[in-house]
Design a binder for this molecule. Structure first.
Ligand SMILES: Cc1cc2nc3c(=O)[nH]c(=O)nc-3n(C[C@H](O)[C@H](O)[C@H](O)COP(=O)(O)OP(=O)(O)OC[C@H]3O[C@@H](n4cnc5c(N)ncnc54)[C@H](O)[C@@H]3O)c2cc1C
Length: 286
């Protein structure tokens, strides 16, 4: 599998990358290359120019502030998996990063690349949805923040313009006290056939509320608002609501189908992953 010919440019800054995108409408950003290069080899993408931002220090790293975590878009899955500081304040990141593909992919692939690629079976979209992240992008008009609920607009498609660069992922702190990520992995790629990210807060009065992100099942990752509505209420009763939540979340979903999992099986796996994630949360100490 050989891609079409293309030019390569390693950007020295985000500003330089933006200038290259503005001058070259056929250009695409390259981060870890673990989604874009396979697409090019399959000839599903044929950018004339790759603008490499993968090694820019300004796009890497994890900054933990008082009221939010800020993650550079070119931070790798492995860096997110391995950060003890991040695990302390937002453990959902290490739970999800640890089940992405294999160490080779985790060492090169980036969270920004995964969010931008918006594969319907990718892991980070579910996590970003469950944690209520904001995605910061820069373009010629300056920078803007996109709430994650508005970020995924369809199959492999985001609200980011072709001449914009995703720079940082912001997650509000504190993150909910009880979290879980449950994933049924495709046996060869490791991508999610179905996965659920759950983040639940329980108030001092025992009232539970939270967010649920689902990936793998539909043509784009989605936030399960019906399920979130049903999970609100007394935490001690949540176990009795788990089945109803899972049924409600997938009731109106049009499932993906492929050689590995037909629609019915995928919906069933989605329900099972969500129930397991909710039961995990019930077992956790608040
Ligand atoms: C064998 C294999 C198994 C995999 N298994 C999984 C899995 O289990 N779970 C999972 O979630 N993923 C999986 N992936 C995908 C992997 O996580 C990729 O690393 C990720 O999807 C893309 O990140 P990247 O940095 O490699 O992006 P790239 O491939 O470099 O880019 C992907 C797309 O995003 C754009 N882009 C990248 N960064 C930016 C930015 N900062 N601003 C604007 N546009 C940008 C690019 O132009 C391109 O269109 C797998 C990949 C492989 C090859």
């Amino acid at each position: 599998m050989i891609p079409y010919e293309f030019e390569y440019f390693r950007a020295g800054s985000v500003r330089q990358a933006l200038a290259m995108l503005a001058e070259n409408p056929e250009a695409k950003i390259l981060a870890g290359g673990h989604s874009l290069l396979p697409m090019m080899k399959l000839r599903l993408a044929k950018p004339g120019l790759l603008v490499d931002i993968g090694r820019l220090p300004e796009l890497r790293g994890i900054e933990i502030g008082d009221d939010s975590v800020s993650i550079g878009s070119a931070t790798t899955h492995a860096e997110l998996e391995g950060s003890a500081a991040l695990k302390q304040v937002a453990p959902l990141f290490s739970l999800a990063a640890g089940v992405i593909a294999d160490p080779t992919v985790r060492n090169r692939g980036t969270i920004g690349g995964a969010l931008m690629h918006a594969d319907p079976s990718a892991d980070w979209p579910a996590v970003a949805l469950a944690l209520g992240a904001e995605l910061e992008v820069v373009g010629k008009q300056g920078s803007r923040r996109i709430p994650v609920d508005e970020f995924f607009v369809g199959f492999m498609s985001t609200a980011v313009e072709p001449d914009e660069v995703l720079t940082r992922i912001h997650v509000p702190l504190p993150t909910p006290g009880r979290v879980s990520y449950r994933k049924f992995r495709h046996p060869s790629s490791g991508y999610a056939v179905a996965a659920a990210a759950v983040a639940i807060d329980v108030g001092e009065d025992g009232y539970a509320s939270g967010r649920i992100g689902i990936t793998g099942v539909a043509d784009t990752a989605f936030r399960a608002r019906e399920g979130e509505g049903l999970l609100e209420g007394n935490f001690t009763d949540l176990r009795g609501r788990v089945d109803a939540i899972a049924e409600a979340v997938f009731a109106d979903v049009s499932p993906l189908e492929d050689n590995f999992a037909d629609g019915e099986y995928r919906l069933q796996l989605g329900k099972v992953m969500l129930k397991r994630a909710l039961l995990d949360v019930l077992e956790q100490r608040g």
